[in-house]
Design a protein around this ligand. Structure first.
Ligand code: SF4
Ligand code: SF4
Ligand code: FES
Length: 332
C-alpha cells in the first residue's frame, strides 16, 4: 500500500487548572499507519508534555485508552487516523478527541472510572456457592461465559449508553454483561438471587435497547444481548414482580390477543392503581391534545396469524442462549 502523509489537526479537549474545559488544536503529520494513540504520544512528546491521557498496553488488551473520538467511544490504540478522516482529501482535516462520556472528567482525556468499577464490585463479581450450583459445564454454558469474559473494562459501552446519560445510577452495559457471565455460569449457586437483584430499579429493565453498547464495544461482548438474555432468564425464573417484567408481559399478552397494544390499560397493568393515579396529570395533558387511547381493545385483521406465531414459539422456543442464533441489536 502506498504510504499517505498528511498534516492533520487534532482538536483535543483540555481542562484548565480551575477545572474549565476548552479545546486546543495540535497539528502533526500522520500516515495511513498512525493510530490515535501514536498521535497523542507524539503531541505529548513533542508539543505539550502536559497533555494527559491513559494508556498502557497499546494492543487493545488493557482497556485504558478509551476516549471519545469523532463522536463515538473508541480505543485510541486500536483506531487509525486514516479511518477517522480522509487522508487523501485536499481539504483541511480535523479530528476531535474528548474524554469518555457519562463519567466525571479528572483532567483532559482522563475520566474518573470509580463509579464504573464500583457498579461491578458491588454486585459480587465472582461465582458463589449455593443450591442452584451445577458441576457440569457444557459447551453452550461455556460459550455464554466466554462471550462476556472478553470484556476489558474499557468503558466504551458505558460512555455511549443512552440510559446512563439520563440516570447515572443505572448499572450500565458492562456491569450487567458481567453479571450475565455469573447467571450463565452453571457453577453459580445464587442465580435467582442475582436475577432478583438485577431486576430492581437501575438494573436490566432500565436499558432502552438502543444498541449503542453493541456498536461501541471493541471486543464484541454485545452487552445489550446479555441484558436481553438476563431479562428472559429473570422471567423464566419467575422474577416478575417488578415494573419491567410486568410491562414486557402486558406487551406480549396484548400482541398475542389483539395484535395491537392497548395503551390505555398498559399503565395500570404495569404500574398498578397507585402508579396509574400518579399519571393523571400526563393523561389530562394527552386528553387536551386529543391523544387519549381508547380503553376498548381492538383486534387487527389477521390476528389469528399472530396467535399462530405465539403458539409456534411456545412449542418451539427460540434458543436465546447462543450468539449464533441470537444475533445483532434487538435480538432475543
Ligand atoms: S442498549 Fe441498553 S445498555 Fe446498551 S447502550 Fe443502550 S441503553 Fe445502554
Ligand atoms: S463490554 Fe465491551 S465496551 Fe463495555 S467495557 Fe467491556 S470491552 Fe469495553
Ligand atoms: S492502551 Fe491498552 S487498550 Fe489501548
Amino acid at each position: 500500500m502506498t504510504e499517505l502523509k498528511k498534516q492533520v489537526t487534532f482538536r483535543i479537549s483540555r481542562m484548565s487548572e480551575d477545572k474549565n474545559s476548552y479545546t486546543e488544536d495540535f497539528t502533526l503529520e500522520c500516515t495511513n499507519a498512525t493510530t490515535i494513540l501514536q498521535a497523542l504520544e507524539t503531541i505529548k512528546g513533542e508539543q505539550d508534555g502536559s497533555l494527559t491521557f491513559r494508556r498502557s498496553c497499546r494492543a487493545s488488551i488493557c482497556g485504558s485508552c478509551g476516549m471519545f473520538i469523532n463522536n463515538r467511544s473508541r480505543l485510541a490504540c486500536r483506531t487509525k487516523v486514516k479511518d477517522m478522516i480522509d487522508l487523501e482529501s485536499d481539504e483541511p482535516q480535523i479530528l476531535e478527541i474528548a474524554p469518555q462520556k457519562n463519567q466525571p472528567v479528572i483532567k483532559d482525556l482522563v475520566v474518573d472510572i470509580t463509579p464504573f468499577y464500583e457498579k461491578v464490585e458491588n454486585h459480587k463479581p465472582y461465582v458463589q456457592d449455593g443450591p442452584e450450583k451445577v458441576i457440569n459445564v457444557d459447551k453452550t454454558s461455556y460459550e455464554q461465559v466466554n462471550m462476556v469474559s472478553n470484556c476489558i473494562m474499557c468503558g466504551s459501552c458505558y460512555s455511549d449508553c443512552t440510559a446512563l446519560a439520563e440516570n447515572e445510577n443505572y448499572l450500565g452495559p458492562a456491569a450487567l454483561a458481567k453479571m450475565f457471565r455469573f447467571v450463565a455460569d452453571p457453577r453459580e449457586g445464587q442465580k435467582k438471587k442475582r436475577l432478583k437483584e438485577l431486576s430492581k430499579k437501575n438494573g436490566i429493565w432500565d436499558c432502552t435497547r438502543c444498541g449503542l453498547c453493541i456498536d461501541a464495544c471493541p471486543k464484541d461482548v454485545a452487552p445489550m444481548e446479555a441484558i436481553v438474555k438476563l431479562r428472559s432468564r429473570a422471567i423464566e425464573a419467575g422474577v416478575t414482580n417488578n415494573k419491567g417484567a410486568k410491562h414486557a408481559m402486558v406487551f406480549k399478552n396484548d400482541l398475542a390477543k389483539h395484535g395491537l397494544l392497548n395503551e390505555f390499560w398498559m399503565i395500570p397493568k404495569t404500574f398498578g392503581l397507585l402508579g396509574a393515579i400518579k399519571q393523571i396529570p400526563n393523561a389530562i395533558h394527552l386528553a387536551k391534545k386529543g391523544k387519549i387511547p381508547s380503553p376498548m381493545p381492538e383486534k387487527i385483521e389477521g390476528v389469528e396469524e399472530i396467535d399462530a406465531i405465539f403458539k409456534q414459539l411456545k412449542e418451539n422456543p427460540i434458543n436465546v442462549e447462543t450468539r449464533k442464533e441470537d444475533d445483532g441489536p434487538g435480538a432475543g
